[in-house]
Write a protein that binds this ligand. Structure first.
Ligand SMILES: CC(=O)[C@@H](O)[C@H](O)COP(=O)(O)O
Ligand SMILES: NCC(=O)COP(=O)(O)O
Length: 247
């Protein structure tokens, strides 16, 4: 199985927000990514709208509906009532629920499934009742994946920040990959499909795909955007898709 690529547009939105101007245009770069083979688009509209604005969400839904109806729209975020309503109004194909505090600089941990199970059951049911696939952001660990399944999640997205941080330490990378492999095997046993994201790059993707052969989707934004500064958005999309192909 080859994991699909969902391009995260947060960094494009952050660049746009530097000035009160409409460029770089989030919709334009989402279109380029989908035109060049990305399977979907991801955004993480945070409460402070530091990058993706709430108004970007319906506009991206409209792009996919009009021009790329087979593409998926993955919306990530903390399950506040406002966020859940935003996802429902946008008819998200997938919602990735993340336990982020509004003040966090970025996403840096998965759910404490044991502590949050009771709350997550209703939230997951609400989204699934609207035909939305639900993925729960999870640490790269087997712990709690049985609960993730019990609360109704279709998938977990393993947080690959610790793996991404090992870019200059091969031994540490092997240790993180072993954790991801173990977590991926447990997820499969629990009947969960697996996504992954955070600090993934062209260089670290192949080993991750070998560690989790059943990996369904990777969502990538930061390193993708850095690569695109050098290669352009279209070629970078093709480069990341090539990196996902089995060797
Ligand atoms: C959930 C995750 O790991 C990322 O998708 C997250 O959206 C990154 O958020 P920032 O782009 O705000 O750092
Ligand atoms: N879920 C991860 C994501 O969407 C993008 O994370 P990053 O590549 O910006 O670190």
């Amino acid at each position: 199985m080859t994991a699909t690529l969902s391009v995260n547009l947060n960094a494009i939105a952050m660049l746009r927000n530097r000035r009160d101007l409409p460029w770089p245009d989030v919709i334009h770069f989402g279109r380029i990514a989908l035109q060049n083979g990305a399977s979907g688009l991801t955004v993480h509209p945070r409460p402070d709208q530091r990058h993706v604005r709430f108004s970007d969400v319906p506009a991206l839904r409209d792009l996919i509906d009009r021009e790329f109806p087979s593409a998926e729209f993955n919306i990530e975020g903390y399950p506040s009532d406002h966020f859940l309503q935003l996802c429902e109004d946008a008819r998200a194909d997938q919602v990735t629920l993340v336990p982020d505090d509004p003040t966090q600089a970025t996403s840096d941990h998965g759910w404490d499934f044991a502590a949050e199970a009771e709350r997550l059951v209703g939230i997951v049911a609400r989204l699934k009742a609207r035909g939305i696939r639900v993925s729960l952001f999870a640490d790269p660990s087997p712990v709690g994946l049985d609960i993730a399944r019990r609360v109704g999640a279709d998938r977990v997205e393993f947080y690959t920040g610790p793996y991404g941080a090992t870019h200059s330490d091969a031994a540490a990378a092997e240790r993180e990959l072993a954790c991801l492999k173990d977590a991926g095997n447990t997820a499969a046993r629990e009947g969960l499909e697996v996504n992954a994201g955070h600090d993934l790059t062209i260089d670290n993707l192949p080993a991750l795909c070998r560690a989790i052969p059943a990996l369904k989707e990777v969502s990538i934004g930061h390193a993708f955007t850095a690569d695109a500064l050098e290669h352009g958005f279209a070629e970078t999309t093709r480069r990341f898709i090539r990196a996902l192909q089995p060797a």
